[in-house]
Design a protein. Sequence first.
Length: 276
Amino acid sequence: MHPMLTIAVKAARRAGNIINKASLNLDLLNVSKKSHSDYVSEVDGAAEDAIIKILLTAYPDHAILAEESGRQGDHKKSEYQWIIDPLDGTTNFLHGFPKYSVSIALKHKGVLTFAVVYDPTNNELFTASRGGGAYLNDHRIRVSKRTRLEDCLIGTGFPFRDLTHMDAYFAMFKDIVPRTAGIRRPGSAALDLAYVAAGRYDGFWEIGLAPWDMAAGCLLITEAGGLVGDLEGNETQLESGQIIAGNPKIFGQLLQVIAPHLTPELIEIQRAAKSS
């Protein structure tokens, strides 16, 4: 394992230990509300601090983009940027619903290079290195081989932070549901994307995500043989916040089903992301 990936794994496991310990006493946590249906607890902050401390101790010149603390370091000078979500699925965590994860990705010169998604509840560690494949607890993983959408289990997430595109999303949802074997919405996008990489889901789509929700999961999927893009199939998902992922056969089928429901506003977001 590359030293940078080893450090990322160490950081993810440290954060997972903090999360697991706090899960035993949820009633004692201090919780605040960032926006509609978007919560943050002291655990998010403690886990993020632990991750950043480990990363910057090893690599003090690297830049950071983290959900709770934002940007750190010189993003223009540093060739390396860590993208961190210390607790993806905070609302699940606060309710004792065991679907949440730690997500850490590293970009080198703007290209995703290493990825870690850690599920502390089940001790499942998903890792990927560009050109080196994707793994779950040291076992190689691949996307599923299903070829027909009607046989597929598809993951998704509701656009709960910003309700602007809710009608467009539910038009997509209404069209996809009868074409598939089932839909799942557990509430941790990073973990959902890891599940696509592991073949547990055949595809995934969501609107309104942040880079730290997706970065690690995107590399996991591509290294597991899958495809990932925005709602038109272009590579703007980290900038636009709109994502479709899946095995190569299902990726294209999802794009076709979703295409009629793309509003001018959603298309403009993707165009702006593409030109930025």
